[in-house]
Design a protein. Structure first.
Length: 565
């Protein structure tokens, strides 16, 4: 690498440094062609979002091409539902594969021919060992494996048996096709890995045409080659598989992409294992793959996250060579920053208690102007109702408050957002001592937050007019797990032991201002003083349901301030 390239590489990640060098030397004719290759055996999660943003982001920077390819080689675990959800998620994140949507199953015939070629050059054989016996013969990290007793079959016999496997003449697990590499290799992936296995299972695209299916390692590198991928970007768990990736391509003497590994995303208070996520779904610990507590892209979308915020998050965490744990507070910070600029402010009372303003005319209603978004003047205003009877939050009033309590209490004056100053004069309780009414007076001269004598108050409360409310259901979400690393639970516990029992609270008696009456699925708002919320897919014409996307408290920003000091 010359001085100019070295200078250009400063401040960019190691993958882009590799691509810069390749382009400078003319490798791959200075093309850049990446792919995102999910297996359709579950919904995509936030870790996949990192890979999508990397693969597509690089293509946008270098003017290259991007493929979406399904590595659909295991019909027993794959479903059309997963394919459709993945397509929706990748498109929602903003990645554009144009007309390059592929499936490994598109290549089944070509993959079979490659397998026959390996047999013909003496690099693959039919093995009769069972799955358990193959594991036994494989050896360990400290002990070499043993050759299969079927390893020295002739090429003709191997071809004949392989064709009979394809014709369906053997039962599941009766035979496999294995690569002939080195059973003493220090890399266990190189100890004669299985290339094809027998599965008499219908495929979601090819039906019953095939009863043998290629393994992922064999399929992946050859699909990359067929599609003329230049840089095959994988997470670190595939690093030990790279020698096998290269071996298949070298033995077949075909076009050879370069596999490059990067650190996967590990997010605090979260699990990103498909197997464990599936366990949560199947055991009904969550409502489904798109449950807003799930770290799936569908879950984040339903919760109210925007594609812009997720792309921003992926850009901030960057690309590294070593695994690390990212605090979920950073992800929450990214959505706050986005919604702060784009979400309109509204008033919703989650736990209402009635306030009666005794000196306000009983039959009077004022429609006051409320700014939609102070961060965006173009967002305009909307009207809110003010009347003699209003509702405020129950926790915005205390009879015997502690010091530095600036909300409503007997004798104290507070400001109602966009409206007047009120002062508490009395409370009414039921037979159980529960406060059912708070009586106040208002200052008619204090509209808009000012007074004739120039006094100011420290407390500002949100409210809704009692005669002008829209009933809504509100779902408050918290982290699904109570510990930062549920993947590494202490002692003899499992991740299930640390599920947060308070991760969902449903409030059914909330009251919103009329502006929300026409809110549609996916609309996002800031509920003043309560956080950011999104209209859920469960909403109906008669029952508006809101999911809390994130609270207003930005723990990430506070952490950064402490660090900077």
């Amino acid at each position: 690498m010359d001085d100019n390239i070295e200078e250009k590489s400063k401040g960019i990640d190691f993958i882009r440094q590799i691509i810069d060098k390749d382009n400078e030397t003319g490798k791959y004719d200075s093309r850049v062609h990446t792919r995102f290759p999910p297996e359709p055996n579950g919904f995509l999660h936030i870790g996949h979002a990192k890979s999508i943003c990397l693969n597509y982001g690089i293509v946008k920077e270098y003017g290259g091409k991007f493929n979406l390819r399904f590595d659909d080689t295991n019909p027993s675990k794959e479903e059309t539902e997963y394919v459709e959800s993945i397509i929706e998620d990748v498109r929602w994140l903003g990645a554009d594969w144009e007309n390059r949507l592929f499936y490994a199953s598109d290549y089944f015939e070509q993959l079979y021919e490659y397998a026959e070629r390996l047999i013909k050059i003496g690099k693959a054989y039919i093995c009769d060992l069972s799955a358990d016996e193959i594991r036994e013969y494989r050896g360990t990290l400290t002990e070499p494996g043993k050759n299969s007793p079927y390893r020295d079959r002739s090429i003709d016999e191997n071809l004949d048996l392989f064709r009979k496997m394809r014709a369906g003449e053997f039962a599941d697990g009766e035979k496999t096709l294995r690569a002939k590499i080195d059973m003493s290799s220090p890399n266990l992936n190189m100890r004669d890995p299985v290339i094809y296995r027998i599965l008499h299972t219908a495929h979601h695209r090819t039906g019953d045409k095939w009863c043998i299916y290629p393994m992922y390692d064999f399929t992946h590198c050859l699909s990359d080659s067929i599609e003329r991928i230049t840089h095959s970007l994988c997470t670190l768990e595939f690093e030990d598989h790279r020698p096998l990736y290269d071996w298949y391509l070298d033995q077949l003497e075909i076009y050879h992409p370069q596999q490059i590994e990067f650190a996967r995303l590990n997010l605090s208070h979260t699990i990103l294992s498909k197997r464990k996520l599936l366990q949560l779904v199947e055991s009904k610990m969550v409502s489904g793959w798109d449950d807003p507590r799930m770290p799936t892209i569908a879950g984040f979308r339903r919760r109210g996250y925007t594609p812009e915020s997720i792309r921003d998050f992926c850009n901030r965490i960057g690309i590294a060579k070593a695994d690390s744990l990212v605090d979920i507070a950073l992800l929450e910070h990214c959505i706050r920053e986005d919604l702060n600029v784009h979400a309109n402010r509204v008033m919703v009372v989650l736990d209402p208690v009635k306030v009666i303003i005794d000196n306000y005319p009983d039959d009077k209603v004022e429609w006051l102007d409320a700014v939609n978004n102070p961060e965006d003047e173009s967002a305009g205003t909307h009207k809110i109702a003010f009347s003699r009877e209003i509702y405020i939050e129950r926790d915005d009033f205390m009879e015997n408050p502690p010091k530095k309590y600036f909300r409503l209490y007997p004798g104290n004056e507070v400001r109602l957002k966009h409206a007047y100053y009120i002062t508490c004069t009395d409370v009414v309780k039921d037979e159980n001592g529960e406060i059912i009414e708070i009586h106040c007076t208002y200052d008619p001269e204090s509209i808009g937050g000012g007074t004739v004598d120039g006094r100011r108050v420290k407390g500002t409360l949100h409210f809704v007019s009692a005669k002008h409310t829209v009933p809504v259901e509100v779902r408050l979400y918290e982290n699904l797990f109570t510990i930062p690393e549920p993947n590494n639970p202490p002692d003899d516990k499992t991740f299930i032991d640390f599920i947060n029992s308070d991760s969902l609270k449903i409030l059914k008696c909330c009251l919103a201002e009329p502006y929300l009456a026409n809110a549609k699925q996916g609309d996002r708002f800031q509920f003043m003083r309560r956080g950011y919320f999104c209209v859920d897919i469960d909403s109906t014409e008669n029952n508006l349901v809101f999911n809390r996307t994130v609270t207003l408290r930005d723990t990430w920003a506070k952490m950064q301030k402490k660090i900077s000091k």
